[in-house]
Design a protein around this ligand. Structure first.
Ligand code: 5GP
Length: 185
């Protein structure tokens, strides 16, 4: 039975919102808090949304082998600390990772018992509208993220489970169905 659930897909696709629905409705799951060198957005809190760190601090963790996976994304570093994962697994919790695709690939090869779900947008236009509508990134950052997203969309065929986030409620139900089937086959 998988205990590590990887939710991946392009930035802006709604992974966070779907995961909130999943955590509210499936007991025994916790979200892993990632480390990043990206500066906090307004209302993001250190230790809750991310462990915000300097590039030097991040690279020290890389050198020490503290990350289960890590990747560069839109000019910043992101990674899952082994300690985040192990503390929750030791407590008997299932752990949800919200990560981009390079990280998802690393988890898949390092932890083949994990389960990965790719969240896809209904269309490229919908993804662009969401990235712009979020209003947290500059137009240049949105463009850079969209170029990355084009490449990321091609990765979806690598994943056995794909949920298209068109209608939120339906997509949440689908994600919950996949996770429940894995927890309790
Ligand atoms: P954002 O800057 O929008 O919070 O995140 C950018 C991308 O990095 C998103 O696709 C997000 O899922 C991904 N991400 C967040 N945390 C991690 C992590 O620990 N590892 C990896 N590989 N990607 C992450």
């Amino acid at each position: 039975m998988p205990k590590v659930f990887v939710i991946t897909g392009p930035s802006g696709v709604g992974k966070g919102t779907l995961i909130r629905g999943l955590l509210e409705r499936v007991p025994g799951l916790e979200l892993s808090v990632s480390a990043t060198t990206r500066p906090p957005r307004p209302r993001e809190r250190d230790g809750l949304d991310y462990h915000f760190m300097s590039p030097e601090e991040f690279e020290a963790h890389v050198a020490a082998g503290d990350f289960v996976e890590h990747a560069s994304y839109s000019g910043h570093r992101y990674g899952t600390l082994r300690s985040e994962l192990e503390r929750r697994l030791a407590a008997g919790e299932g752990v949800v990772l919200e990560i981009e695709i390079q990280g998802a690939r690393q988890v898949r090869s390092g932890m083949p018992e994990s389960l990965a779900v790719f969240i896809a947008p209904p269309s490229r236009e919908a993804l662009r509208a969401r990235l712009l509508g979020r209003g947290t990134d500059s137009a240049e950052q949105v463009d850079a993220r969209l170029r990355t997203a084009e490449r990321e969309l091609e990765a979806q065929r690598e994943f056995a489970h794909v949920v298209v986030n068109d209608r939120l409620e339906q997509a949440t139900e689908e994600l919950i169905g996949i996770v429940r089937a894995a927890i309790d086959p």
